[in-house]
Design a protein around this ligand. Structure first.
Ligand SMILES: CC(C)(COP(=O)(O)OP(=O)(O)OC[C@H]1O[C@@H](n2cnc3c(N)ncnc32)[C@H](O)[C@@H]1OP(=O)(O)O)[C@@H](O)C(=O)NCCC(=O)NCCS
Length: 152
């Protein structure tokens, strides 16, 4: 899913300012694994990351997602805050474990990756998320710093 922003000059094409990609784990088909979420430097801190996660979830079939997972390095504060805040909005518990270790798996060449699990995600939370998609226009209108944001 991408987040597109209309530049102030209406003659210019909408600009991609963020994206999220994910897939369902083959061995756990109700686990939505977030592969990557990224927002353009200048557009960060305005809730676009949250919106991308919410709308990705809202676009799945009812009951399709029981939990979400992603991997994060210790130092990525923005990413931890993004996902922990998202878990709060879903009223879902979180669990952290070590996925890949700095020395054992990367020979010291890359930092340890932690696996963050959000879930179980309740049906109510999913319904609310779906509702967020239904009120898409209002939601974006209330976000004054990015009035022309479209997620698709
Ligand atoms: C992680 C990332 C996607 C967040 O996107 P964003 O649009 O800025 O996130 P939001 O504006 O929705 O913010 C979500 C929460 O994170 C917090 N946050 C954002 N940037 C932060 C930072 N640098 N440090 C601490 N908290 C931060 C926000 O305050 C918000 O928390 P709050 O609701 O408690 O106030 C963005 O920083 C990014 O693209 N980083 C580089 C790519 C990356 O590391 N992706 C994650 C690994 S897959």
């Amino acid at each position: 899913m991408g987040a597109w922003q209309q530049p102030s000059n209406a003659d210019h094409a909408p600009q991609l300012v963020g994206s999220v990609t994910g897939y369902f784990l083959p061995d756990a088909p109700q686990t939505l694994y977030i592969w990557q979420v990224a927002v353009l430097n200048d557009a960060r801190g305005r809730g676009i990351g949250q919106s991308l996660l919410r709308h990705l979830l809202a676009n799945q079939a009812p009951s399709a997602v029981a939990e979400m997972q992603t991997s994060i390095t210790s130092s990525n504060r923005a990413s931890w805050q993004l996902f922990e805040r998202f878990a709060q909005t879903l009223n879902a518990p979180t669990h952290v474990s070590v996925l890949f270790e700095n020395e054992k798996h990367f020979g010291g060449a890359a930092p340890t990756e932690h696996l963050l699990t959000i879930g179980p995600i309740s049906a109510d939370a999913l319904n609310n998320s779906t509702h967020a998609r239904a009120v898409d226009g209002q939601e974006h209108a209330s976000t004054r710093s990015m009035p022309e944001l479209t997620l698709r």
